[in-house]
Design a protein around this ligand. Sequence first.
Ligand SMILES: Cc1cc2nc3c(=O)[nH]c(=O)nc-3n(C[C@H](O)[C@H](O)[C@H](O)COP(=O)(O)OP(=O)(O)OC[C@H]3O[C@@H](n4cnc5c(N)ncnc54)[C@H](O)[C@@H]3O)c2cc1C
Length: 381
Amino acid sequence: MSVPLTVLSDDENLFRDSCRGFAEERIKPLVHEMDEKAKLDADIIPELFRLGVMGIQIPEEFDGSAGSFFMSVLAVEEISRIDASFGVFIDVQNTLMNNAIMRWAGDDQKKKYLPQLATELVGAYALSEAGSGSDAFALACRATDKGDHFLLNGRKLWITNALEAGLFIVFANVNPELGYKGITAFLVEKDFPGFSVGKKEDKLGIRASSTCELILEDCRVPKDNVLGEIGKGYKIAIETLNEGRIGIGAQMVGIAQGSWDCGAAYAKERKAFGKALADFQAIQFQLAEAATQIEAARLMVYNAARLKDAGQDFLKEAAMAKYFSSQVAEHVTSLIVEIYGGYGYTRDYPAEKYFRDSKIGKIYEGTSNMQLQTIAKHLLR
Ligand SMILES: Cc1cc2nc3c(=O)[nH]c(=O)nc-3n(C[C@H](O)[C@H](O)[C@H](O)COP(=O)(O)OP(=O)(O)OC[C@H]3O[C@@H](n4cnc5c(N)ncnc54)[C@H](O)[C@@H]3O)c2cc1C
């Protein structure tokens, strides 16, 4: 029997409720201050590990929650409904770091890192550089073979979770003459000699999420820490991001829903011309249209995630889901600022933060143009 996309199994329901409860009770009271201070509350991080949302798909034998990719999407959506900075924090951990290790790491690497990633170790994913974002394979970081280890040199930019992470997937080229076929993925621990975290960006939105430069100066990485095959890093980079962008879609759905919930509650309270705003048909229609868009975006994200879990092709659907949900998030959060009126433009109310947080959806893990390129390639090939 076919199951509607938004009908959750008992396990999925329980899991979503626990994420929702945690976000409401523990994260919500901290959101304003974290945004002001541009810093995640450190006390929440071990609690996220205990909740099981940092190793959602990691198998039980490695101390993980043995859940599905769809559950990662549910967690990112629910946490982002309250705070998109913690939303991307768990998103990077699950959909980029854990996913890449489970898929590409050797047995010894899995034994070493997966139990830590499920219980205490934060991960980050370092592909972009100052001169290469969309054109990721033009990366300039170099890896020189020194026998039993590599020396990495160069800089990475825009790395999410850099301040909290203990383990980084770093992409560097072992032989620039080979072009993208020299790109190799390395598992770099923060204490490896020659590795340091540089400047932290001062951002428009998701301000509490750390976004930093990484500096690699003769960074010594043992050969055992090559992830996957030498020269196949490009494949790891693309395929991990193909999956990861479904998580960004979920982040955008969460932001849009969180913003809508606040806006609808405000519209019921706020009086104008002797009535609640929500009694005006114009406001009702705007909220109804926004809710319809959120529902469409959610269906696209859920469908892409369920396709992935079912082992079916999901590339086009993932790109469409991320493209569309980031548009919806920007549109809905902007509308909700207007529904709050002047108050929406101040930091005393949550509307403006949702609006700022939404903007990143069109930029990271492939800009909107890059998503359109992927979609067009699929449709026109
Ligand atoms: C807050 C934040 C967090 C991030 N986190 C990470 C992270 O954890 N790890 C990581 O590796 N990276 C991360 N990034 C980097 C992010 O993925 C890149 O910023 C993004 O891929 C865009 O690259 P760029 O900034 O170099 O822009 P560019 O690639 O220079 O693009 C600029 C503009 O040109 C357009 N453009 C470029 N090429 C084309 C083309 N061929 N056709 C049409 N239009 C084009 C783009 O769509 C965009 O609008 C993060 C960025 C931010 C802002």
